[in-house]
Design a protein around this ligand. Sequence first.
Ligand code: GCB
Length: 866
Amino acid sequence: MPHTTNKITIMYLFFCVAFPFLCFSQSKTINYGWQYSENKTHWQTVNIPHTWNAKDAFDDEAGYRRGLGFYEKQIFVSSKEKEQIFYLKFNAVNQEATVYVNGKKITNHKGGYTAFNVEITSFLKFDAYNLIEVEVDNSHNVDIPPLDADFTFYGGIYRDVELIKVPKQHFSLKDFASDGFYVNYYNVSNEKAGVKVKVLIDNFEDKTNTHLELKIFDADGNLIREEHQGLKLKAYETKTVEVTFSEIKNPKLWSPDNPYLYKLQLTLSDKNGTVLDQKQSNLGFRWTTVDAEKGFFLNGKPIKLIGVNRHQDYKNYGNAVPIELQKGDIHLIKSMGANVIRFAHYPHSRELYKLCDELGILVWTEIPIVNKVTDSETFFEVSHTMQNEHIKQYYNYPSVVMFGYMNEIFLRLAFDRKSTEEEKESLKTITLKLANQLENLTRRLAPNHITVMACHLNEVYNETGIADLPMLLGWNLYFGWYDAQIEDLGKFLDQQHQRYPKRSMLLSEYGPGADVRIFAKTPKKFDFSTNYQAKLHQSYYKQITDRPFMTGMTAWNFADFGSEFRGDAIPHVNQKGLVQYDRTPKDIYYWYKSVLDEDAPFIHISTDNLKGLTLFEEEAFPVQIYSNQNEVNVSLNGNNLGSFKVENGVVSIDMPFKNGNNSIAVSTESISGEKTIKVNRIEAFDFKNFKRFGINLGAHFNFYDEAQNITFVPDQEYKKEWFGYKNGSAFGMTKDKNQGLPHNIKNTDAEPLFQTLLEGCAEYQLDVPEGSYNVKLYFVEPQIKSTENIYNLSEQSSESNKIERIFDVYINDTLIEKQLNLAQAYPEKYGVTLQANIQTKKGLTLKLNAIEGLPVISGILIEKID
Ligand code: GCB
């Protein structure tokens, strides 16, 4: 493939150097040196991509700035270019943009995830600087989707801005900012494949004659087909031309295993043969079908779709992410062995779809109509325009096989406790109406693609019939997280299949939150441990691969992503990623690689995140080893533990680690690997081989706190000679939820320490030996005034407005704090640390003497100072 690109580029460059006057159409990015202001008073220089929410969507203050942002840039235009037509292309501005040139308003565009073009020729001054102004608005707007969703709506001009200069005849720039041509295929099979191209040409002057040439090259750059047409253009028309190539015999088919690409080149010349405009596209011969019984077929062969959803934002960048970083995602996804990406919940950068063509990844792409719709003419209109832009701009990528238009569109309705039954019925009707319109539009615009929609666990999708509209129905299912248990997934899918045997289904989302700082020997639902993440994904994979009727599954999400209102273990971030927000893989990423990637032998020992693992007495810890080989041989510290059969990509071994550094060596017939892990083995609570000891009160999991470089161990009931609570219970924990306080805690990054707490504990005992100790106690008031976390669907409300909790804190006989009233003395959800030096002959007894209500405490850290 690179060959083709090279040859064509070389040819083109040759033309440009030899006959510079021939290179007429030109597009250049104008990303650098924009002036930006929030209020038109204080300006700063910024570069595109830019967002104004990269920081404030992650700070301790609730909310982020949703409002106006003003951008300005001067561009110089020479009178030598007077004969040209000028356009500005905005590849994405979130979410509403009003563009002015030299003070005149030229256009307004609604929708933050698709490109738009603005023709500016008649507004320009030549041999002078021209002022481009863009007023951007990301305020909530009832007429622009998405209205509400589990991701942050960063404001700004966050994809490239281009200045396009074209001669008076050129490939159309007016058709919803598409490339001005659409590639269609006919009769594609193993034996032959046909290509038909619909080309739109704009003429900006009186009638004239032009010449259109279309060429197809194979991946080695050999010309294999060409078509020529003389075109008579009427004055100021947009002409549509259909060009059909004769069938190519024995075409090389495109697939994830062999993403063979042909190239299409389109050249428009004037009557003297001078090149006016040139475009290119990937061509990939493939055909897809879905079968409600047998699943997904590519080129006539069954293929289980296994992959990920992706959001576009990235740690510290918001949505303004350099394209090379974004491309890194696609490479990581491919290298994991995935064969499908759902670009959720909106169209992503076009470069990424091109990369999917090249790497061989099937694509589901969609527009951001999420959670609810507005019953307004403008909302309908904007939705239609968006889907037009989306399909037309992304039409030519052979990787794109699925076009979608709605996600969990009844989510708000399902949780609506205010509207009357009538209002709800009318909302269902209006939603169904829009869905019908968009389904029809999608089928009309993209007849060779599969239409899709994703819904959440609710009968309303079946009841209203909306689930029967798309050709392939996506279910977003969170069994074992928001709903029921992990094993319930299969049962639900079997029932649906039985009830709707003609419906093709894909598991379009699933996955638990996971934080690499949290690990647990007994992982539980909603504890954010990486161990629970492993358990859920491994089980889901089996449940889906066991069911031939399921077309596949796309994990939620490839990477952690920003969702401002969330109170996950890292607040403001949805942590369901297979990789972290900065794209460092979590262990589960490697597990997927072990079941999906057959290219080369692979092993992964998942100990990287067991930082500060503490084991007591004879305790062992289960370590998972991932491999795509059948069997692994494992040694610990030079002792062979034996050979283990790898099932479902994993072997789990209880490791009897020693104190200090341990080495795990794994080998297979073809590959071997080794990891070192440092373990604190504590045989007695004597502070001999350790100086510091931290306990995560009210929690069953370990939490590694980077700032203090300590791992807080799980809490326990008091055990003689050791430590533990004598009374009280874990706050807010239920069978379904093991994150006591699902909120951002101010004044700390150690949320997992504060979010779990012990309530009603009057006495906590630590049987430490004689000595001097520095003791830190961590507190937060768990009762809060108001909250809503719609995605925490299993959450029981634990809030009330009346907060009465006052207690004295003692260690042994030393008073640490009198009448601690967290609600009164500190801001809401504020992490508080009390510290004291205590000398003891034997033991530390922490006493929380209640004056009013039940005392609470989140953690203890003790350090022996002599
Ligand atoms: C969903 C939504 C997605 C959320 C996800 C979650 O079903 O489609 O936007 O981010 O759940 O993590 O709750």
